[in-house]
Design a protein around this ligand. Structure first.
Ligand code: NIG
Ligand code: FE
Length: 417
């Protein structure tokens, strides 16, 4: 099937010679075409150019669907490279505890936080988990996300971790969005192991990882390497075991302290290190020249009132940066990448162009899919969105509370809501 988008005010993040990510000063460059057309053939981007060039490729009656995009802007879908969107229920009571003065770590120490979700997940059926997660998937699709990474990590025992990963697998098979899955057995320390963390690490290594790998349930392995959670020594043991089974690391690092998580991630060639509130010169030096994408989660920092990751320093030092939502019930109960884009500009002083690269191409790289998603390039997946009337690319992050996405196309299909 052929689909034609015509009279596009601006076609954004166009690449003639696609790259896998953009770093440093390159992040402020975004290729765009004004008064453009775009042709989609089946699920792929087939051609694009200016409207005057369209007559050269247009054959009458060739197109089954034509969409007039006058005054509208077309973007590649957001790629959200860090979420925990399979979870058994919200934790709004902890939200109130936080307002009253408790910190995220204090709530976790009292058996709240991730352990609270794990207890509830144990009592929730696979079917219920799937249904509630699919509602969230539909919500983020409507808000412009076309690829998403989803983590396990509210199971914390072999059976429940597998239950979560099966739910993610089912979402992969049934949702129109591209899904990557991550095994995060090391998300928190179960209550019964609190005085014997290495026994829990043994369980992850000897039982969970081999089972996850034999059922081919995960693309990546993650560890919450931070103060009060898993140490660098624990993290390295888990990453080594995962790598043996072909699971590339993507880790939670440096959210609560300068713990060495970033360096451990780089040492084991992690695809990304995520959070990064506590990053200084040493971490930046470690990341330079590596294949690891520094990924910042503005929603969590906003929701928990945390100190901000030094994004400007990282970009000015020549590093790439990706932004993701961290959609989860405890620290970022939103998967709205439009809001993440606004936070990127407002809180982290990123230019709108830098934010576009961070939420599309670089975040696609952080899921290992930037060769087929994350930009408008011939042969890439036709996952994109069309805005409502809009003057230019600055407008989307500027209008931080508005819903400006009018049409979503995934795998070449116009989505209906
Ligand atoms: O990325 N930092 C660790 N994990 C999640 C929080 C998960 C939760 O609180 O349920 C995060 O912020
Ligand atoms: Fe997270």
């Amino acid at each position: 099937m052929k689909l034609l988008l015509e009279n596009i005010r601006e076609l954004v993040q166009v690449e003639d010679n696609p790259v896998l990510f953009r770093a440093g000063a390159e992040m402020s460059k975004v290729g765009t075409i004004k008064n453009a057309f775009l042709i989609i053939q089946d699920e792929l981007i087939d051609d694009f150019g200016t409207m005057d060039q369209l007559k050269d490729v247009y054959v009458d009656d060739d197109f089954l669907i034509e969409i007039d995009c006058s005054n509208r802007i077309v973007y590649p879908s957001y790629c959200d490279s860090h979420t925990h969107l399979v979870y058994p229920g919200p934790r709004e009571q902890e939200f109130v505890d936080k307002i009253k003065g408790l910190s995220y770590e204090e709530i976790a120490r009292r058996g709240g936080g991730i352990l609270n979700s794990a207890k509830l997940l144990h009592e929730t059926s696979e079917e219920e988990l799937y249904n509630s997660a699919m509602k969230r998937v539909k919500e983020i699709i409507k808000m412009g996300t076309g690829a998403v990474e989803i983590k396990s990590g509210y199971g914390l025992n072999t059976k429940d971790e597998i239950k979560m990963l099966r739910v993610i697998q089912r979402i992969k098979e049934t949702a129109p969005i591209c899904v990557r899955s991550t095994f995060l057995g090391a998300h928190s320390i179960p209550f019964e192991y609190r005085n014997n963390v290495s026994a829990y690490v043994d369980l992850i290594i000897n039982e969970m990882i081999p089972t996850v790998a034999s059922e081919e349930l995960a693309d990546f392995i993650d560890v919450f390497c931070d103060k009060g959670f898993f140490s660098v020594v624990d993290t390295e043991r888990i990453l080594m075991a995962g790598i043996k089974y072909g699971l590339r690391p993507k880790i939670h690092a440096n959210e609560l302290g300068n713990t060495g998580g970033v360096q451990a991630g780089v040492k084991y060639n992690a695809l990304s290190v995520d959070h990064l509130e506590f990053v200084g010169e040493e971490e930046i030096e470690a990341l330079k020249g590596s294949e690891t994408m520094p990924t910042v989660l503005p929603g969590a920092a906003f929701f928990l009132n945390m100190k901000l990751s030094p994004v400007r320093e990282m970009i000015n030092s020549g590093l790439p940066v990706a932004l993701a939502s961290d959609f989860n019930p405890g620290s970022s109960p939103s998967g709205n990448m439009n809001f993440i884009s606004s936070l990127g500009c407002i809180k982290y002083n990123m230019l709108p162009e830098e934010v576009i690269n961070a939420t599309t191409l670089n975040s696609a790289y952080a899921m290992g899919i930037s060769d087929r998603l994350g930009s408008i390039a011939k042969g890439k997946m036709a996952n994109l969105f069309i805005t409502s009337d809009m003057p230019g690319i600055e407008y989307l992050p500027y209008m931080f509370g508005s819903d400006l996405i009018e049409t979503v196309i995934l795998n070449g299909d116009v989505q209906s809501f």
